[in-house]
Design a protein around this ligand. Structure first.
Ligand SMILES: [Zn+2]
Length: 272
């Protein structure tokens, strides 16, 4: 599932390809892709709008449109945006096509069909964005922010890092990587973390996410960039999906556990 670095990679790829383009026509091929609307109403509402900017908040893509509105996209498990010369017909998993003024089409394709596209009058009127925690790459996310919130929680640290209300954009892959880099066991109660461990989590979050963005995200399943290339950060993962392989630091075999239905990877030898 795309996390912050993958969504940021998509946003950067789209920005250079579609900013300034006017959506001349749209077609939506799956009702579930446009919750709260219908394919016809959604296509009619977005037609004629110009894409002013493409940005990211947590794992959401925000397309600022003119006249004033916002297209909010979420890739969920397998959603992808592709910009291409119009193929002769939609591929089986294409969920929406947007014909652009330059003759290309912006295609939203989604094999598993959990991804969503929604239209809002403005970003401040999107309730689900209002409840998100700070962006981990901004100064709002620091130990002064994080420490008291962890102190007040008895949740295990790894699932808590996935809580988008605590910090926005971290998902399953990076949570395992961040805790390994911070030498913190994923099963620890959040309130048991010491200040220097919290500081390490903050620093490693920033370092790992920035590095993953630099390598265009992680393609462990089917994440692709806008140009359909894979990301490269999977080559730098230390523990994720490496059960039974030797720890890169201490060589003890890495372990996998399940926390809140999600796999967690860690080293019993060097995470405390
Ligand atoms: Zn180890």
């Amino acid at each position: 599932m795309p996390e912050l670095p993958e969504v940021e990679t998509v946003v950067r790829g789209l920005r250079s390809l579609i900013t300034g383009q006017t959506i001349q026509r749209a077609e939506v091929y799956r009702e579930k892709t446009v919750p709260g609307s219908t394919p016809q109403a959604f296509a009619a509402a977005i037609q004629g709008h110009t894409i002013k900017s493409v940005t990211r908040r947590a794992k959401y893509l925000l397309f600022q449109l003119e006249p004033n509105s916002v297209l909010l996209g979420h890739l969920r498990m397998t959603g992808k945006f592709v910009v291409a010369d119009p193929p002769s017909e939609p591929a089986p998993h294409d969920r929406a096509w947007f014909w652009l003024g330059n003759g290309q089409v912006l295609i939203f394709t989604d094999m598993r069909n959990f991804g969503t596209l929604e239209l809002f009058p403005s970003a401040t009127e999107i309730p689900k964005l209002q409840v998100l925690g700070p962006e981990p790459l901004t100064e709002d996310f620091d130990a002064r922010y994080l420490y008291p919130r962890l102190k007040a929680s008895s949740k295990e640290i790894k699932p808590f890092l996935l809580d988008q209300r605590l910090v926005a954009g971290i998902g399953n892959i990076y949570a395992s990587e961040i805790l390994f880099a911070s030498s913190v066991l994923p099963q620890r109660s959040s309130h048991s973390l010491k200040k220097k461990e919290v500081q390490a989590i903050v620093e490693n979050t920033r370092r790992i996410l920035l590095s993953a963005i630099e390598y265009n995200g992680t393609s462990v399943s089917d994440f692709r960039q806008v140009d359909e290339k894979t990301g490269e950060f999977q080559n730098f993962l230390q523990v994720y999906d490496k059960e039974s392989q030797p720890c890169p630091r201490c060589e003890v075999p890495l372990q996998r556990i399940v926390q809140q239905q999600r796999s967690t990877f860690f080293c019993i030898g060097c995470q405390k």
